[in-house]
Design a binder for this molecule. Structure first.
Ligand SMILES: Nc1nc2c(c(=O)[nH]1)N[C@H]1C(S)=C(S)[C@@H](COP(=O)(O)O)O[C@H]1N2
Ligand SMILES: [Mo]
Length: 384
């Protein structure tokens, strides 16, 4: 499948290498919240690199499908080197447990998914920016196909997915669990390919779970074992790491990260005619994005952007609408600042089911995950 950028889509070079000439072609959108504001972008990047958390600079967004090179990274450091001839995917706790070789996985009917992948902590107060999100084209057998090849799920109502990345002394490997109902609603697949090539090693070669619509802590890389269970997986990462607290009837209760909430982000501000064009993405929320409103004055007034869905921005979209259900929307809107100076920009997604991206954090939620409120950006417009 090929992808196209629409006419003024910003498939522009890396903004890190800003020259004076380029500076007038693009303005930097600075996150208003987050740790980089306090410690500086460079130190922030270095600090987070030590925990294998690497954002892609938000300004490199622009392509409908994020190039594999430069894709954000988030893992527990160790990237196992897996020999494809020795590799096995074991499926246990189902009607007829069995293993698959890589060739057997490749021989099964494959499903394509064009989908957003987003770390549950994207855009939180540690990160500030919005660089732990990307969109890829993934392909491999669906989980349903694999389960059929095992005689069905049997008694299993939940599944745990185990990675082959070693994590001793902490745990033997990374693992995450979801219910069969969630996996079915998401249309989960076991991805063998990403953006038209076999998965690179850092992305989980030879197989990774992909759960469209659910945050990517569940997209287990270097997938080695699928364990059918008759109760929710009570794993360390499920219960203690990817959790927020939510206040219900006055009581704070733990809540595991799950479905990606309705969001949008302004990504680039590019020279356009005698003014500027703002570009961004909107995603999440489970329903189609209906509208994206943009403010140039810190939220006093809002203006509807032009919004393009995946069937428009992809050259050759897959025929099956399921393949695109969790793809992002692209938006753009002209920006004509009345004078040089500093402007506070923000974007706000509105979904077809009427839900609106909130302006402020929810006072009934505490934690680092599923941060959905408007991602404010400051921009300094130079004199012409
Ligand atoms: N085996 C394994 N899978 C993993 C992880 C990991 O540490 N080990 N990290 C998870 C988290 S928290 C995220 S956000 C995504 C990141 O995927 P990426 O590094 O391909 O961007 O992988 C998920 N899958
Ligand atoms: Mo993550």
């Amino acid at each position: 499948m090929t992808t196209a950028t629409h006419d003024s889509s910003p498939a522009a070079p890396h903004p890190g290498r800003t020259t004076l000439a380029r500076a007038r072609k693009e303005l930097r959108l600075e996150p208003v919240e987050g740790l980089p504001r306090l410690v500086g972008r460079t130190l922030h990047r270095l600090l987070f690199r030590t925990i294998s958390m690497i954002e892609q600079p938000i300004e490199t967004f622009g392509e409908p499908v994020t190039p594999t090179r430069g894709w954000f990274r988030r893992d527990r450091h160790r990237h196992p080197r897996i020999d494809p001839t020795d590799y096995r995917l074991r499926i246990e706790g189902v009607a007829a447990p069995r293993s698959f070789t890589l060739d057997e996985l490749r021989a099964l009917p494959a499903t394509t998914r064009v989908t957003v992948m987003e770390c549950a902590g994207n855009g939180n107060h540690w990160m500030g920016s919005c660089g732990l999100v990307a969109q890829g084209v993934f392909r491999g057998p669906s989980l349903a196909t694999l389960l059929d090849a095992c005689g069905g799920p049997g008694a299993a109502t939940h599944f745990a997915f185990h990675g082959l990345d070693p994590m001793r002394p902490l745990r033997p490997g990374y693992h995450y669990g979801l219910s069969l109902d969630e996996l079915t609603r998401a249309g989960a697949i076991v991805a063998l390919e990403m953006n038209g090539t076999p998965l690179p090693r850092a992305r989980g070669y030879p197989a990774r779970l992909l759960v469209p619509g659910i945050y990517s802590m569940s997209h287990v890389k270097w997938l080695g074992r699928i364990e059918g269970l008759t109760r929710p997986h009570r794993g360390f990462w499920n219960r203690h790491v990817f959790v927020n607290k939510r206040r219900r009837a006055g009581r704070w209760q733990k809540e595991e990260a799950r479905w990606i909430g309705l969001k949008s982000a302004l990504t680039r501000c590019l020279a356009h005619g005698d003014g500027w064009m703002l570009h961004g993405f909107a995603w999440g929320g489970g329903a189609p994005v209906d509208r994206v409103d943009v403010t140039f004055d810190g939220g006093e007034t809002w203006h509807a952007a032009e919004v393009l869905g995946p069937t428009t921005y992809l050259d050759d979209p897959p025929a099956d609408p399921e393949a695109l259900r969790y793809a992002w929307w692209m938006f753009r809107i002209p920006f004509h600042p009345p004078a040089p100076g500093r402007y506070r920009l923000g974007s706000r997604a509105v979904a077809a089911d009427g839900r609106v991206q909130p302006l402020e954090p929810d006072p009934d939620v505490r934690g680092h995950f599923d941060v959905v409120h408007v991602k404010w950006r400051d921009v300094t417009v130079p004199p012409t």
